[in-house]
Design a protein. Structure first.
Length: 568
């Protein structure tokens, strides 16, 4: 008589398939009661059987489908959570898929009709059982219910905020601002973020001191203390920020970086979160990037008429590299996006690779690098070359690979824009060579190098005459004779400028054109001092000269000149 697994005991099937022998089966049956498990699980614990072998035998016995592990990778959490976590864990079940009036449920014991009946009443659908291994189920339960719990924490944490938060995967979290806020720490986070957005600040600093937490906003390039709170609230405040940005709440010893998107009635903001452990606790820095329409143009950035003519000339060339250099927060990206806006037309294919994308420009292809998934600057730029670009913006030249790709782009007929961290225009050339680009390639590919800074403007509502001290004149590189012809200005502080004396910022620029003389010096390997001297001889205005010129016009103060530039 042929062996029929449907009418056989599980142990008989296991022996028949050669997974175990009769002696191992007998030992398993003896120890089954000691372990308090079924025969299959007992044999696995004894090391006689593998889980996939047990599943194969059960599939033959029950004529039941086995869930493929690939199906467990991307389940719909809304389906999974139809079965409450306690019930799922206790009864070893997992909701897999909704198919009309039925639901596929993975079970370690598909024969258990009591559990099936309970599930049908719970979800209001017919239950189609499918077989799953114990270890696969355990991992899947941990993965999905942990994610569901985290989402619930996010809802609880931000459910009373005046904005909509979106996580790293762009999953929107609904906010109900009408609910009453009870937790003081939630009120505090709500207050900090909404006030930051209202005040157009670029960065939020939440830092623990010895006895209190200090909150500072960076407005117009300068940090301002806006509030303090009891140090006892700090841990809870940090935890809420971590939950919103999907970071590990339990990890307090290592730095963490995250991302949130916020939507308010005022505007949409992309938030880059950085949390760093310090000796007094974890410090939070949140950079706010406006996701609205790009409202800048070249004429609004502070270019003098001569500088604007020069800059427009080079950004409309068919090939070569234009680099803007300066420290973080000096407006480099704003300038380059304004340049793209200036040259954008239907005939140009403009592509950017940035980390992150700070401004959205409709009509331009923008790529955001993401090293977590392997989308590096290098890999993104290599793919860009196959996208038939005319103009390429590289967010930052940060290593030899990026610099090499930029040079190759420019030498094959593309116009390239990028940024670099350097102190001034001549130092930018030296920096490129230090990164690893041969001097002859630097000389051949560069069109224009422009260093820039952002200077605070004196508040027009409280501007007044000011007499600088001898020390200030010395630090600013201004002689006493020259000072006699300057009408120095300063803001005394008022309600319009939050008592700072400054309102708004303007750019100052140091523009180095690569003419034949400059290229020759680079070819010959001359240092930046020689290059600077030749550029000055050719009429280059330094950052310091540009700052002093703004000061003479009463746009900025002598304190800003000293703070941002160095006189020769």
């Amino acid at each position: 008589m042929a062996f029929n697994p449907q009418f056989a005991q599980l142990g008989e099937i296991l022996v028949h398939e050669g997974y175990i022998n009769n002696q191992q089966l007998e030992e398993g049956l003896k120890k089954q009661n000691n372990f308090g498990t079924k025969i299959g699980e007992t044999l696995i614990k004894l090391g006689y059987l593998k889980e996939n072998e047990l599943l194969s035998a059960l599939q033959q016995q029950l004529e039941c489908d086995v869930i493929r592990e690939s199906e467990l990778l991307e389940l719909d959490e809304n389906i999974v959570k139809l079965i409450p976590e306690p019930f799922a864990v206790e009864n070893r079940v997992l909701a897999i898929r909704d198919i009309g009036d039925s639901m596929i449920v993975a079970m370690t014991d598909p024969e258990n009709v009591v559990i099936q009946d309970s599930l049908q009443k719970m979800v209001g659908k017919n239950v189609i059982p499918t077989l799953i291994g114990e270890s696969a189920l355990t991992d899947a339960l941990e993965k999905y219910y942990k994610s569901i719990r985290t989402s619930s924490q996010v809802d609880d944490a931000v459910g009373n905020f005046d904005f909509v938060a979106v996580d790293e995967e762009e999953n929107e979290i609904s906010i109900d601002s009408s609910q009453e806020v009870d937790a003081p720490v939630v009120k505090l986070v709500n207050l900090i973020i909404t006030e930051a957005i209202k005040s157009n600040c670029t960065d939020i600093h939440i830092e623990p001191l010895t006895k209190q937490t200090r909150v500072r906003f960076r407005i117009d390039g300068a940090l301002r203390e806006v509030m303090t709170s009891p140090i006892g609230m700090h841990a809870g405040l940090v935890s809420i920020v971590k939950v919103m940005s999907k970071l590990n709440i339990a990890e307090r010893r290592l730095p963490q970086d995250g991302h949130i998107s916020l939507k308010t009635s005022i505007k949409s903001v992309d938030v880059r979160v950085s949390i760093t452990p310090t000796v007094t606790g974890e410090k939070v820095v949140m950079r706010l990037l406006d996701k609205g329409d790009f409202g800048f143009s070249l004429t609004s950035l502070g270019f003098t008429e001569a500088n604007l003519v020069m800059f427009k000339k080079w950004i409309k060339r068919p090939y070569g590299i234009n680099i803007v250099s300066g420290p973080t927060g000096s407006g480099k990206s704003t300038t380059l996006h304004a340049a793209l806006k200036e040259i954008m037309d239907i005939e140009n294919n403009i592509i950017t690779v940035e980390d992150p994308v700070e401004y959205r420009l409709d009509g331009i292809t923008q790529i955001e690098a993401n090293e977590k998934i392997g989308l590096t600057f290098g890999s993104a730029l290599r793919s860009v070359l196959r996208q038939d670009p005319d103009v390429v913006l590289i967010g930052e030249i940060r290593d030899e690979e990026t610099a090499d790709i930029a040079v190759k782009f420019s030498l094959t007929g593309h116009l390239v824009f990028s940024t670099l961290h350097a102190n001034d225009a001549p130092a930018t050339i030296t920096r490129l060579i230090d990164i690893g680009i041969a001097p002859y390639l630097v000389a051949s590919s560069l069109n224009l190098v422009m260093a820039q800074r952002l200077m605070r403007k004196v508040c027009p509502n409280c501007i007044t005459d000011y007499k600088p001290t001898d020390k200030e004149l010395q630090l600013a590189g201004i002689s006493e004779e020259e000072a006699k012809n300057i009408n120095f200005k300063k803001g005394v502080g008022c309600v319009h400028c939050d008592n700072t004396g400054y309102k708004g910022r303007t750019g100052i620029f140091e523009m180095l054109e690569l003419n034949s003389e400059i290229r020759k010096l680079i070819f010959e390997g001359k240092n930046q001092d020689i290059i600077r001297d030749k550029a000055l001889e050719n009429g280059m205005e330094t950052l310091h000269d540009a700052a002093v010129a703004r000061m003479k016009l009463g746009i900025t103060s002598i304190q800003e000149v000293i703070k941002l530039t160095i006189s020769d």
